[in-house]
Design a protein around this ligand. Structure first.
Ligand SMILES: Cc1cc2nc3c(=O)[nH]c(=O)nc-3n(C[C@H](O)[C@H](O)[C@H](O)COP(=O)(O)OP(=O)(O)OC[C@H]3O[C@@H](n4cnc5c(N)ncnc54)[C@H](O)[C@@H]3O)c2cc1C
Length: 469
């Protein structure tokens, strides 16, 4: 019996396993490895608060591309939602905890199905700390040093904790008042002090953290420092369908021309009382293709000059959350600064943060009781102390893309490329590892397709399958 290991059981790993089970004909062994707490949910769908909402409307969050209203129908069948107005439910931003429950449900349903009896499904609650691959085998080392030998391995290890800021006093990172991982509840609990709190970063996780702090009765000021200090934008309930912008983009259009076209169409929309949200939405189905046709110089330019603007325009927050953030800003409970952390030191539970204030063009100091890192998932695994991908890179099993956003792989088969540029026949990856190859490769919208494709590819290359159209 062939065996397949999946590293990580967030959305990507869970859906890959589901598609393997749904489509297999021959018996196979599927070993799926993830720590217990986030099994099926990953980081995104295991939040500590009900207030942490999806950033995509319910109607667009189906786990299956061929059943676009699968999630919505599931929600309608949940007792809490059966009596809710269907139209408003479709467009609402529901709790991410609910989405985690949806993933747990579809996994349970799959493993209890008749089809699952053909597979030997093994769930291991652990972490993979090392990986070796040759032409015929993959050998995974778990955190308890146990080794697992399989024929095929799929890396669906997803998002990494944020990178520590570059400061002189790196000793601070050992402090119990520093939270490198903003997605765990302890980052917002047990706040003994009456001093303010600093959140590094100004994106969606900053918003979740602010909500978490308020939920845990934090009443003092909250500071947020990020390179640009952009204001977050609300998600409009309705977006005008607008295709004229993307109709003008061809395979030859350069990044500069895309920016010029964007500005041209933004003005047209503005004259007609609409916003650029329509442009961002219309670009979405083409963004991977555009990224792939950009030169390395253009990609670098995008990363240096446009990435943050794109992030703000693309990752909007639900209106009710936007309202709360605006109120905090008006009440001067939340302060958003554009700037850069220079240094952080701690003395007797008081943390002194020196930062460059971009607006004032000078260094300033604030005193806080804790620092929460909300700068977003780290993409350069070389920065982490002991990531298994780092070990794989030193062994030549994987290669980093030039922008250090992820690893190199073939984006149609999802085979991983080794350091010599050869594609592995038995090592695959999907999800955030492919950021350098695809840029947009983190939302359910893209990942559901990747999971289905990689599962079908593996089954059709390595094993007998149902016939696929
Ligand atoms: C806070 C947050 C909110 C988001 N909200 C949305 C949203 O509303 N809508 C949307 O479309 N997208 C959202 N996203 C994007 C999100 O990245 C994807 O939707 C999706 O959850 C990614 O799934 P994944 O399985 O690839 O990665 P992850 O969710 O990161 O899951 C990876 C899993 O692999 C495990 N793992 C990692 N390394 C190892 C190892 N060495 N051994 C074993 N297990 C390992 C991790 O513990 C984790 O459980 C959000 C992302 C974040 C971070």
């Amino acid at each position: 019996m062939k065996s397949i290991a999946i590293i990580g059981a967030g959305f990507s790993g869970t859906l890959t396993a589901i598609h393997l089970i749904r489509n297999l004909v021959e018996p196979i062994e599927i070993i799926i490895i993830n720590e217990q707490e986030t099994f099926n949910k990953g980081i995104a769908y295991n939040p500590y608060s009900k207030q942490h909402l999806l950033n995509v409307a319910a109607s667009k969050m189906s786990a299956f591309s061929d059943q676009p209203d699968h999630f919505f129908q599931w929600v309608c069948n949940q007792s809490e939602y059966t009596n809710k107005d269907k139209n408003s439910l479709e467009n609402s931003f529901l709790p991410r905890q609910l989405y985690g429950q949806y993933l747990v449900d579809i996994w349970s349903e799959t493993i209890q199905s008749e089809q699952a009896k053909k597979a030997n499904i093994i769930v291991i609650n652990s972490s993979v700390i090392d990986l070796d691959v040759d032409d015929h085998n993959a050998s995974l080392t778990l955190s308890n040093q146990e080794k697992i030998h399989v024929d095929i391995c799929i890396m669906a290890n997803g998002n990494q904790v944020p990178r520590n800021p570059t400061i002189r006093n790196t000793n601070f990172f050992k402090s119990t008042n520093y939270f490198q991982n903003p997605w765990t509840i302890n980052s917002v609990t047990n706040m003994g002090s009456s001093l303010p709190i600093l959140i590094i970063g100004n994106g969606l996780t900053m918003v979740d953290t602010v909500l978490g702090l308020l939920e845990h009765n934090f009443e003092n000021e909250i500071f947020s420092i990020s390179p640009n200090g952009f204001n977050l934008l609300p998600s409009p309930g309705y977006v005008v369908q607008y295709t004229k912008f993307t109709e003008e983009i061809s395979d030859q259009t350069t990044l500069l021309q895309i920016v010029q076209l964007f500005n041209k169409h933004r003005k047209i929309l503005k004259r007609n009382g609409s916003t650029e949200e329509s442009l961002i939405t219309s670009l979405r189905p083409y963004s991977q293709k555009i990224w792939q046709q950009m030169s390395f110089q253009e990609k670098k330019l995008f990363m240096n000059r446009l990435r943050h603007i794109w992030g703000v325009a693309r990752h909007r927050i639900p209106l009710q959350v936007y309202d709360k953030i605006q109120k905090l800003l008006i009440d001067r409970k939340l302060h958003i600064y554009a700037g850069k952390i220079v240094d952080i030191s701690e003395d007797n539970q008081k943390i002194s943060v020196e930062f460059y204030n971009k607006k004032q063009q000078k260094n300033e100091k604030i005193i806080v009781s804790r620092v929460i890192n909300c700068t977003g998932p780290e993409t350069d695994f070389i920065q982490s102390e002991d990531h298994f991908l780092k070990k794989c890179m030193f062994k030549g099993i994987v290669s980093q893309d030039k922008l250090k956003l992820g690893i190199n792989a073939d984006t149609s088969t999802f085979q991983v490329q080794d350091s010599k540029g050869n594609l592995h026949t038995n090592l695959f990856t999907i999800g955030p590892n492919l950021r350098g190859m695809l840029w947009e490769t983190t939302a359910v919208n893209e990942l559901r397709q990747q999971a289905e494709t990689v599962a079908k590819n593996i089954l059709s290359c390595h094993l007998v399958t149902k016939s696929f159209s």
